[in-house]
Design a protein around this ligand. Structure first.
Ligand code: KG4
Ligand code: ZN
Length: 332
């Protein structure tokens, strides 16, 4: 089964071709980062309009790369939610139009399920069940994953997401958008131990997170006269990585599972990966998607769509769900 994946939930147009027999055949990404940069964040209307410009050319590109044609497709998967309503509608309506014209089934994919399953695209994928640490710009969740669609929420952030903590701290330091990668780059030239930042909820005894207090603490330090931004960046990154690693390990202990999957944009952070490797208990292993599939991409949508379509979750209508709780999904 050859599945075209279309991701348009936010500021990246991601298109990919996944074949259930031979795996990922091709993928392409267009990032709108430069367009939104001058506004300091994503402008939803501009995002939607740009997705319209990109989806079909990128679709042609991935087909050419794979030496295939539209007629070779068996199904189309698109991001149904959560995300920006207008941006989601672009992917959904193009998927529905192509599906109608080519008489193909289409399937709406939960964006976070895409992130969650992305490590299964790797050559040595984790077996179910596993604990997933989902860390993106809008979500920070620990999930118990027993199979496709079998997700149990173990804990989540009570306020800001980890990616948001990176982005907001970066903004307070005058770094550009998106802040996470910029802050991580600056942190490489700094040292930890110069500023004291809280590790929120570290001792809360549950698997929830809170990052809004960290942002306030960063704001207070950033206001000081002679603040060293590189050292502050290193400390922010350390505080976030400390909390994420500690809670992920606690989730492994609580569930008795031995496999941890890290997914979502913040999963690209090298220091977080280092801290997790250091903290991993004996016998446990951590799995990541490759770097380019940590952040938004079409490959994870094509793959998650294929997993669902193999269980006949296909249909011809379409919808979008700008807000959508992952734990409400059912197994296909
Ligand atoms: O998963 P993603 O691409 O989009 C969402 O679904 O939200 O995640 C984007 C988030 C942003 O907050 C971005 O700053 C953060 O991931 N991010 C990083 C890094 N790369 C992306 N944060 C820290 N270090 C990175 N290397
Ligand atoms: Zn995402």
């Amino acid at each position: 089964m050859l599945v075209l994946g279309i991701e348009t939930s936010c500021d990246e147009t991601g298109i990919a071709l996944y074949d259930t027999e031979s795996g990922l055949l091709s993928h392409a990404l267009y990032s709108q980062v430069h367009m939104h940069e001058e506004y300091g964040g994503v402008v939803p209307e501009l995002a939607s309009r740009d997705h319209i410009r990109r989806v079909l050319p990128l679709t042609r590109q991935v087909l050419d790369q794979a030496g295939l044609q539209l007629a070779d497709l068996s199904a189309i998967a698109y991001t149904e939610g959560p995300g920006l309503a207008g941006a989601l509608l672009v992917g959904a309506s193009i998927a529905a139009s192509l599906g109608f014209a080519l008489k193909l089934p289409i399937v709406g994919v939960h964006h976070l399920e895409g992130h969650l399953l992305a490590p299964l695209l790797e050559p040595d994928p984790p077996a179910f069940p596993f604990v997933a640490l989902l860390v993106s710009g809008g979500h920070t969740q620990l999930m118990r994953v027993d199979g496709v669609g079998q997700y149990q929420l173990l804990g989540e952030t009570l306020d800001d997401a980890a990616g948001e903590a990176f982005d907001k701290s970066a903004k307070l330091m005058g770094l550009g958008y998106p802040g996470g990668p910029a802050l991580a780059r600056l942190a490489q030239t700094g040292q930890i131990g110069h500023y004291k930042l809280p590790r929120p909820m570290l001792a809360s005894g549950d698997l929830n997170f809170s990052f809004s207090g960290l942002k306030t603490a960063v704001m207070l330090v950033a206001k000081q006269a002679a603040v060293n931004h590189a050292n502050l960046a290193a400390e922010v990154q350390e505080a976030i990585a400390d909390v994420l690693a500690a809670k992920a390990i606690a989730a492994l202990k609580q569930t008795g599972l031995t496999r941890l999957v890290v997914a979502g944009g913040v999963g690209a952070n090298a220091r977080l990966r280092e801290r997790l490797s250091q903290a991993m208990p004996p016998g446990a292993a951590v799995y990541y998607p490759k770097l380019e599939f940590c952040t938004d991409n079409g490959a994870m949508i094509a793959f998650a769509g294929a997993m669902r379509l193999q269980h006949a979750d296909a249909r011809y209508g379409f919808s979008v769900k700008p807000r959508w709780d992952l734990a409400q999904l059912e197994a296909p």
